[in-house]
Write a protein that binds this ligand. Sequence first.
Ligand code: TLP
Length: 343
Amino acid sequence: MNLIDLRSDTVTKPTPEMRIAMAQAEVGDDVYGDDPTVNKLQELAAQMAGKESALFVPSGTMGNLAAILAHCGRGDEAMLGDKAHTFLFEAGGISALGGIHSHQLPNQPDGSLLLADLEAGLRPDDDHFPPTRLILLENTHNRCGGTYQTPAYNKQVRDFSDQHGIKIHLDGARIFNAAVAQNLPLTALTEHVDSVTFCLSKGLSAPVGSLLCGTKDFIYKAHRARKMLGGGMRQAGILAAAGIVALTTMVERLSEDHARARKLADGLHEMRDLELESPATNMVFVTLRDSVKKSAIEIAEELKARGLLVGKVSERRVRMVTHYGINDGDVKDALAAWHAVLS
Ligand code: TLP
């Protein structure tokens, strides 16, 4: 059976053009800074993000961790959302490996943090408290439904952080989805943050890798953190070559994923057993209403038997993510599978 895999956009496979670029990539030892393809990817990423410098890392998780280690020392505090990927799904790395205290603030339904909460979250300059060093934002926001934040919001947080001498790191794993959804250049969403991580191996379909971008001094520190974390790769140009194809050919097409997510949501919306969250980008979240007597796990198993893979978020909530591997026919078939399972 041909499975329709909506568990995540991380399941995307490299495009034929990526495979050719990988086979032909010029490589060198990147720990010596000798890999020309990695260097080219880093220059391209820095230029696209409007930052001085960039660093190729194996994953979004390592990008965020290296960034936070570069911004904060042991005992410092980072303010972040209680639904932030870094807080929920990165194995507590910032505290386990960095000794960094996380201060969770409530994420609003659109993924933002209220300025009033940031203000109240600031620690006084007093021996009893860890110093507040960093604000962590996420755009698009995964657990808040793939929602996006605007440049105006970023600017407000920037003004606040400047008043208090705090840095901002953006987990922009899917920042290109946020940019395409708002019809903005990437720089409009990165200009107000000190550093940003974005992923090549989600909607952009590269097999591996993320980029961390910021000032030269910041990337110098993050480079050391990457080595400490075991992320210094050798002939990584093979991977970077796919990343260059991702950044140069796969960004604009994300709008197709957004359109398919809307189509999927529209179809699911007609099913009375489901409560829909209107998709802002490529994620569709549904909650099973009380009329559904089965759990999300059972529903997911039944959908799987009909060829559809979905992500189980909780007892009653399911996530579906559209991506390069999903076409209009798949959306239709996915709706038919839901229909059959709920009827
Ligand atoms: N997210 C994955 C899972 O870990 C949940 C997914 O399927 O969505 N930031 C954000 C906002 C993410 O969504 C992810 C991955 C990461 C960071 C981590 O990226 P990787 O998987 O490359 O470490």
